[in-house]
Structures are given as structure tokens and as C-alpha cells.
Design a protein around this ligand. Structure first.
Ligand SMILES: C[S@@+](CC[C@H](N)C(=O)[O-])C[C@H]1O[C@@H](n2cnc3c(N)ncnc32)[C@H](O)[C@@H]1O
Ligand SMILES: [Zn+2]
Length: 521
């Protein structure tokens, strides 16, 4: 039976509401973060107060905060140290703003002389008469001879702006050798780095990502934070690590460093003022804590434990978990360990990637290896989840052979597919890495731990399903058609005893196929 309608998990929320509520989570960049609202609605629907909720691939902690704020007890795992650090910082409530500002003030007092020495220029603000400060300089090789400084007044709040050519003394200031006396990450990028778009430019070490001036400044800033006894030291460190990509050569005139899923040094890179960016990141921390106060007030939240380790052996008791909700890596698109390398290096975190669930040729992980690793997590999920309880998997992939592999694993461990729900992500960036034909949705599959049984045997082909859906929905937009196809194929792959061939079916071939079917207009 072909499903003719997709089921939406939550009704689309307004851009504005989402923006306001997302602030809680925006205190540090993480790659491919899930929106909070479908997570919240799943937890609401599939668990109750006091239940234990588990996320095996935690990421930036969205499930953690949503669960504890609904008084569930939460356990989360992630291999990536920065993931745990971001998640812990996100959950932190009872925030004392006054104390935070006092501590920030101490950092400022210690650092402002250096800011002045390194980034203040002789140009004067026409309004308040103070010296202007460099916001950024475009300095990469493609600007040679035409380096430009973007200046502004940080004192009078009138944001006087000035753009002018960089002087040769100023240029020397950013490139001269500084004597660095404080700790900096001295590690090299791994020799095998799949999405390497920097080593051909001579970048071998993390520190090679910076101009000498910015590196020197960052070392001093980090030292001041680390040598403090601040109550909010971790929030300052978080703002610091959220600064280090912006203050690197990854940022260019035509490239937002965080919108491409790799470390790419463009020829038109900037040297951005790390201090101003740090202050801006502090604002994100403040916004997050204020939004959190609005979200949960001073009410009690559930207990939580977050572990920086692989989820294959959680150490949790057999049959002890009430609900699992998780979003494992989808395959190849986002290389979490690679993309976190600079953050983890600055925070001096060690990262073991052997068990990273990913498709990555230089780690010798293809589709079979990816599925084997994923299976280990599903086996563990089966062990720890109580019988009859649910597991919600957030997943997407443009290759249906990967979908089939994933569904076969869930069958094998007796997870019975109950619901396939679609979430419209408002066309946000969550799926941006899907080149060209990009679905605007995420899929949430909810399984019950029980006994798998197929429900029918029909010798239907993927082509037939496609044809049926496309011809019946001529007027719908490609995204809706794509959702319908996904939901139906998932259903057939899961319940139909007949094993249809989907080995060549991908988002691309569906796109081509839809092009072949006249749209009726
Ligand atoms: C898709 S992300 C989760 C993103 C998350 N939903 C969010 O909103 O931020 C997948 C996560 O799985 C983690 N991971 C990969 N292999 C793992 C393993 N074996 N055990 C635990 N975590 C793992 C990655 O470090 C990454 O943070
Ligand atoms: Zn001014």
C-alpha cells in the first residue's frame, strides 16, 4: 500500500519563534546541529517525566537540554570532546550574570593594553576622538599590494567606520615574529586528513592557520582565561574556542569559514581581530543564558550525565532506558572529528577516532565499515532499552542502499518501525551539504523494541513506487515528492519481505527520473 501523504512530526514553526528559541543552542558552532523543536516534540510524545532518556550521538546537546527541561533524566555519549564541552555549557543554568560580567571585566583589564598595542591604529574617530581599531584586514595573497584595513570605533558606540589601504608598518605588525611565551597547540594536522584543503598551502600545524599577530594574541587571551580562578572559566573558554576559526585564515572575503564543510584557506583570506570576535562570542553566551532562563526559569530540571566516549559500550544496565533519541552521522557529508580538530587542539583535548561512525576513505571506512560501526551502537541500544520502549532515529541519506543497510540493522535487532515522520526544517541549513537537489526536511523514524515481522510480500520495484508517486503528485513540489518517495521506500524496505533492488537509487536518480515525467502543466 503506497502512502499518499507524509506525516509531519510538528507543524512548521515561525522563523521568528525558532530564532528566539534557538539562541539557547547558539552559544557555540557545531556541525549539522538539529533544530530543537522536533526533538522536544518527540521527547514529549514518546517519554514521560522521570523517564531515562539516552542519546548515543549527542553532538551539541540539543536532546540533553530538551530532555532535562522536561524533567527526564538524561544520559548522553559522544566521542568528540568538544561536543561534551558544548553540551555541558549549554545545559548550565542558574547563571549569575553579574558575576559573569565581573569576571569578563578582569579579562578586559588584563588584555586591553595588548589589544591596543596590536590592533589600534592612529586614525581618530570623528565623533569621540578616540583611536580606531582594526576590525579586519584583508591580507591573503590575492590582495597583494592592495591590502585593506576595515576600521571602526569601539569606544563611542556610534560605529564610525573607515576603510583604507593598510600601511607597510601595519602589514609588518601582522606578520612579524612575536615571541610567544604562553601555551599554544603545537600539534600537526593528521597526515591522513580526508577533507584537506589547506596542506597544499603550506599549513601543517594548527598554528599555521594564523597570522603571527593573531596567534600571539590568542595565546595571551587563552592564558589569561586559563590562569584565572573564574567560576565561569568554561564559558570563557567556550567563547574562546568559538573564536579560533573566525580569527584564522579560514575566513575570506567570499567565504564564510563555517558554511563550507571543510577547512579551506581561500586566497582572499582575512585577518580578523580576535578580541572583537571574542567579545561577540561572549554576547552569544549571554544570549544563550538569558534565553535559557526564559525557557526553564528556576524550575528544577532532570538529572543528566554526559560521557566523552564511544557509545558502543555505554556501561548502562541492561533494560534500563525508557527512550532513545539520536542522530548519528549520516555517512560522509560531515566529518565531525576533522571539523573539530582546531577546536579540540586549542582546548588541548585528545580524540580517539577509531570508533567514529563515518564514511571516510582515509580512515579506511567505506559503506560496509560505516554500517558495521552503526550496528555496534544499535546492538548496544537493544541491550539497554527496556522491552516495548521506543527508539527515535533521525537520519537521512541520498543513497538508498545506505538506507537499506540502516533499516536491515534495525530489523536485525528487533526494532519494529512504528512511525516515519517528516520535519520541515524551514529550509534551514541543516541539510545544506546536499548538493543541488536538496530536500528541505529531516526524517525521524521511531521504532519499538519488540519482535520484527514482515507484513507483506509484494514484488514491487523501486521504479514502480517512484512512478506511482510522481504521476499522482504532478502538481506537488519536488521536496514533497521526494519526502513521499523516501517514506514509501523506507516502509517497503522495512516491511516487505521481497527485497527490491535499490542499489542504484539515489537522490540524483530520482531527480533525473522526475525530469523524465511530464509535470502536467
Ligand atoms: C549528527 S551528529 C549529532 C548532532 C546532534 N544531533 C546535534 O544536534 O548537534 C553525530 C555525532 O556522533 C558523534 N559520534 C560519531 N561516532 C560516535 C561513537 N562511536 N560514539 C559516540 N558518538 C559518536 C560525532 O562526534 C557527532 O557529534
Ligand atoms: Zn568614537
Amino acid at each position: 500500500m503506497i502512502k499518499t501523504e507524509v506525516k509531519y512530526l510538528v507543524s512548521k514553526i515561525s522563523e521568528e519563534d525558532n530564532k528566539e528559541m534557538s539562541k539557547v543552542y547558539d552559544l557555540h558552532k557545531y556541525w549539522a546541529r538539529k533544530p530543537w523543536y522536533p526533538i522536544s516534540s518527540c521527547i514529549q510524545k514518546y517519554s514521560k517525566e522521570g523517564d531515562s532518556v539516552l542519546d548515543m550521538f549527542l553532538g551539541s546537546g540539543v536532546t540533553a537540554l530538551e530532555a532535562v527541561s522536561m524533567k527526564r533524566n538524561f544520559v548522553g555519549f559522544d566521542l568528540n570532546p568538544i561536543s561534551i564541552f558544548i553540551s555541558e555549557s549549554t545545559i548550565l543554568n542558574h547563571f549569575n550574570e553579574k558575576l559573569f560580567f565581573n569576571e569578563l571585566e578582569l579579562i578586559k583589564q588584563k588584555l586591553l593594553p595588548l589589544v591596543k598595542e596590536l590592533y589600534t591604529v592612529s586614525d581618530i574617530c570623528s565623533i569621540c576622538g578616540n583611536n580606531l581599531i582594526i576590525q579586519h584586514t584583508n591580507i591573503g595573497p590575492s590582495f597583494k599590494g592592495k591590502e585593506t584595513a576595515y576600521l571602526f570605533c569601539s569606544d563611542c558606540g556610534k560605529k564610525t567606520k573607515l576603510i583604507r589601504k593598510v600601511t607597510s608598518e601595519e602589514l609588518a605588525k601582522s606578520t612579524k615574529k612575536y615571541k610567544i611565551t604562553k601555551w599554544i597547540p603545537n600539534n600537526k594536522f593528521p597526515e591522513k586528513f580526508y577533507k584537506d584543503r589547506f596542506s597544499y598551502k603550506g599549513v601543517k600545524k594548527v598554528t599555521d592557520m594564523y597570522t603571527p599577530r593573531n596567534l600571539y594574541f590568542l595565546s595571551e587571551l587563552l592564558d589569561i582565561i586559563k590562569s584565572s580562578n573564574f567560576q565561569y572559566i568554561n564559558l570563557f573558554l567556550l567563547a574562546f574556542s568559538n573564536t579560533v576559526l573566525h580569527a584564522s585564515k579560514l575566513k575570506g572575503e567570499n567565504v564564510r569559514p563555517l558554511n563550507v564543510n571543510n577547512y579551506w584557506i581561500p586566497n582572499d583570506y582575512f585577518e580578523e581581530n580576535p578580541w572583537l570576535r571574542f567579545l561577540d562570542r561572549i554576547e552569544l553566551v549571554l544570549d544563550s543564558k538569558r534565553a535559557l532562563k526564559k525557557k526553564i526559569g528556576d524550575t528544577e530540571i532532570g538529572n543528566y550525565k554526559l560521557y566523552n566516549k564511544s557509545c558502543f559500550k555505554t556501561g548502562l544496565k541492561k533494560n534500563s532506558v525508557d527512550y532513545i533519541i539520536t542522530d548519528p552521522p549520516y555517512g560522509e557529508a560531515v566529518q565531525y572529528s576533522e571539523l573539530s580538530f582546531i577546536w579540540n587542539s586549542w582546548l588541548n583535548y585528545q580524540y580517539k577516532i577509531e570508533e567514529e561512525v563515518v564514511i571516510n576513505p582515509v580512515q579506511s571506512k567505506g559503506i560496509p565499515e560505516f554500517l558495521d560501526l552503526l550496528e555496534k551502537s544499535v546492538a548496544e541500544a537493544n541491550r539497554v532499552l527496556k522491552d516495548g520502549k521506543r527508539y527515535t532515529l533521525c537520519f537521512h541519506n541520498k543513497e538508498f542502499k545506505i538506507w537499506k543497510g540502516v533499516l536491515d540493522i534495525f530489523k536485525k535487532y528487533n526494532f519494529v518501525l512504528e512511525n516515519t515522520e517528516v520535519v520541515d526544517t524551514n529550509g534551514h541549513s541543516y541539510n545544506k551539504n546536499w548538493a543541488k537537489f536538496s530536500p528541505k526536511t529531516d526524517l525521524y523514524l521511531t521504532f519499538i523494541k519488540g519482535k520484527y515481522e514482515s507484513t507483506h510480500r509484494t514484488e514491487i520495484s523501486a521504479q514502480e513506487i517512484l512512478m506511482n508517486i510522481v504521476t499522482k503528485n504532478k502538481k506537488s513540489n519536488p521536496a514533497t515528492i521526494y519526502d513521499l518517495i523516501s517514506v514509501n521506500l523506507i516502509n517497503e524496505l522495512y516491511f516487505n519481505e521481497y527485497q527490491m533492488d535499490i542499489s542504484h537509487l539515489s537522490i540524483k536518480s530520482i531527480g533525473q527520473f522526475m525530469g523524465m515525467v511530464p509535470n502536467g502543466n
